[in-house]
Design a binder for this molecule. Structure first.
Ligand code: HAM
Length: 422
């Protein structure tokens, strides 16, 4: 057992995993930028009260999962458990309201939640996050939903399920919550202890309970869709009309309530096979009251965040391949100190010419150097001994076919450049 191990629930992303990460990052960023989203980078920690106010004090995230600490100045800070509250804080603080609206922003980076680790659930995970601020049109909701579906489709995902609901607004939701509580009062002996606690702290969350005993109670519970005010019902109807128009399939899920309090109207998640019990590869929705709750001007908003670790788990489970990362295409082998001096010079010249090089270090036999060239996966091995040097040539071996040719040292850089950059 090594003396030091990574903290529970964290990952080391080893070099062999990096092609997945590079591919997913590049793909998500390309789609976001093409749709007019600009990148915003935010601090990894913010004042604790931002998240308490933004996400809600009764949520699991704020109550149990935040990495909160006092800095040396006595300020309470928290490692971000999500992006949205920070993005809205930055929108307000940087006066982005005076820019042409809506403002579309994306971010990518680590997020921290003290959760019980399991497959696809970590204490540090990476989110790709998109927000549209300053517009309440249902086509903004549609845009984030379609963009994130396009991310998965473009990566080659199969068997996705789009879960959609509307959880109303501060005008209609309290009425529904009262009806839900009254219904649960009649069934209080049938539900689990957690649900009894949720009924007091965050009643909507009873709908998300996974306990077997609660399932019949949930199935027969009143549905929020029947209690929406006219504005929320119209908004939701328009969004669904657009989705139908585009023939984008979705499942209307009356139980989808999400774990953050800021949502108004639309909420959605995408579920995919291949992440075990943790099926959501992204989640999002509309949050028209968040900016005001954070002391800013009324600013409607809608957004989504996708977990990159889960995306990669699904890609592997579904056998999706990714392109390799750039790697050296030429190996430089030498025999003797004079030749070594020349390969050092050649490595420099080749790299300046844009050719990726693996330079052999130290003094070793030719066979061992060629074995290494094979392991490094290069296309060409250049072999330079004292005898070749005296004639002003190098031997170049094609590592795939095994053929060897002699090339003059003066032409070598151009020769390799042409063949490695066709
Ligand atoms: P969320 O559903 O809490 O939403 O997280 C978004 C996504 O992050 C999840 O669907 C999942 O893929 C990933 N995720 C969450 N927790 C973990 C974890 N412990 N380990 C691995 N992956 C995880 C939000 O964070 C909202 N801020 C999304 C949003 C943006 N809503 C509006 N704008």
């Amino acid at each position: 057992m090594p003396r030091f191990q990574r903290p529970t629930g964290t990952l080391d992303v080893l070099p062999e995993e990096q092609p997945y990460w590079a591919h997913v990052r590049a793909h998500t960023v390309r789609l976001a930028e093409r749709a007019g989203f600009a990148r915003i980078d935010l601090p990894i920690f913010e004042s604790t009260s931002l998240f308490a106010r933004g996400i809600g004090t009764g949520t699991d995230i704020v109550e149990k999962e935040m990495y909160t600490f006092l800095d040396k100045g006595g300020n309470s800070l928290t490692l971000r458990p999500e992006f949205t509250a920070g993005v809205v804080r930055a929108y307000i603080e940087n006066g982005m309201r005076v820019r042409p609206q809506p403002v579309k922003l994306y971010s990518i980076g680590p997020v921290f939640r003290y959760e019980r680790p399991q497959a696809g659930r970590y204490r540090q995970h990476t989110q790709f996050n998109m927000e549209i601020l300053g517009d309440q049109d249902p086509s903004a909701d549609l845009e984030v939903m379609l963009l994130i579906s396009d991310v998965y489709a473009g990566l080659g995902f199969k068997r996705l399920s789009f879960q959609l609901n509307s959880t109303g607004c501060p005008r209609c939701r309290p009425g529904y919550v009262e009806v839900l509580k009254a219904y649960y009062q009649q069934h209080v002996d049938e539900v689990c202890d957690d649900c009894r606690r949720r009924l007091k702290q965050n009643p909507l969350r009873v709908l998300d309970c996974k306990a077997d005993q609660c399932q019949p109670v949930i199935a027969a519970a009143p549905r929020i869709g029947d209690y929406l005010c006219d504005e929320c019902a119209d908004h939701f109807a328009t969004l669904r009309e657009y989705l139908d128009l585009l023939q984008r399939p979705y499942t209307l899920n009356h139980r989808l309530v999400r774990g953050l309090d800021y949502y108004t109207k639309t909420v959605f998640e995408v579920w995919a096979e291949g992440v075990g019990a943790q099926a959501a590869v992204c989640g999002g929705g509309r949050y028209d009251g968040l900016a005001e709750a954070l002391g800013g001007p009324p600013t409607p908003g809608v957004g989504v965040a996708a977990g990159l670790e889960r995306i990669i788990l699904v890609m592997k489970a579904q056998g999706i391949e990714v392109p390799p990362l750039p790697a050296p295409s030429v190996y430089l082998a030498h025999l003797g100190p004079e030749a070594r001096r020349e390969t050092v010079r050649l490595a420099d010249a080749l790299r300046r010419a844009g050719v990726g090089v693996w330079l052999s270090f130290g003094e070793r036999g030719l066979r061992s150097q060629l074995r290494e060239a094979g392991k490094r996966g290069v296309h060409y091995a250049v072999i330079l001994g004292e005898e070749e040097l005296s004639r002003g040539v190098a031997t170049v071996r094609d590592m795939e076919g095994g053929e060897q040719v002699e090339i003059g040292l003066a032409e070598l850089v151009t020769w390799l450049q042409e063949r490695t950059h066709p």
